[in-house]
Write a protein that binds this ligand. Structure first.
Ligand code: C5P
Length: 212
């Protein structure tokens, strides 16, 4: 008899599409732990910047990924635009991705988990029973991120946020190592015209269908 599939809910998609909000709510609803995998790449990018190194330097970025500690993930400066840009540069380096792979798999392997990122359904858990790809128009996503940043006290204009996000999305989608793209069996949810409540209801229906 086959063992029951591990309850992995893989949520991928571009920046500020609503993945994090959705993932947290689904995790609470399902009683599963939640991992924001973007934080791992942000923490690596931050460590490289703090060392005064170039995020595109594979040696510096790989050392930062291999030396990552839990405390690095608690830093208050992981959400800044500078860290976001560095995170997507280090994320294109295959050895950085390799250094973070086991941690992500172990996090979900035992009792299941909700994970969000760019490659959860395509690379980290290709056999996940639930795969969602959450997206929205670039304008809607830039506006959401701009509202978050300004509410948090970061003075930045909307056009800059939109440009930075477009550059990051382009890097994430065009890299050779685990590019951002929906897995073939992912359900795509476009949140441009939806509020968080509707996104949650839609996603929960898919989760219940797939997990039984
Ligand atoms: O999700 P978040 O915007 O915090 O991710 C920051 C960056 O980390 C992304 O732009 C992407 O380059 C990288 N990332 C990734 N794979 C993941 C999660 C994040 O490459 N699973």
């Amino acid at each position: 008899m086959d063992a029951a599939p591990v309850k992995i809910v893989a949520i991928d998609g571009p920046a500020a599409a609503g993945k994090g909000t959705l993932a947290r709510r689904l995790a609470a609803e399902l009683g599963l732990p939640y991992l924001d995998t973007g934080l791992l790449y942000r923490a690596v990018g931050r460590r490289v910047l703090d060392a005064g190194a170039d995020p595109a330097d594979p040696t510096a970025a790989t050392a930062a990924a291999q030396g990552l500690t839990a405390a690095d993930l608690d830093r208050p400066d992981l959400r800044t635009p500078e860290t976001a840009a560095a995170s997507s540069v280090v994320a294109a380096i295959p050895a950085v991705r390799a250094a973070l792979l086991d941690f992500q798999r172990r996090f979900g392997a035992a009792g299941g988990a909700v994970l969000d990122g760019r490659d959860i359904g395509s690379v980290i858990f290709p056999d996940a029973p639930v795969k969602l790809f959450v997206t929205a128009s670039p304008a809607a996503r830039a506006r959401r991120r701009w509202l978050e940043l300004t509410a948090g006290g970061t003075a930045v204009d909307l056009a800059t946020v939109e440009q930075d996000m477009a550059a990051r999305d382009a890097r994430d989608a065009s890299r050779d190592a685990a590019p951002m793209r929906p897995a073939a069996d992912a359900v795509v949810i476009d949140t441009t015209e939806l509020d968080a409540e509707s996104v949650f209801a839609l996603a929960l229906r898919t989760v219940r269908d797939r997990l039984g």
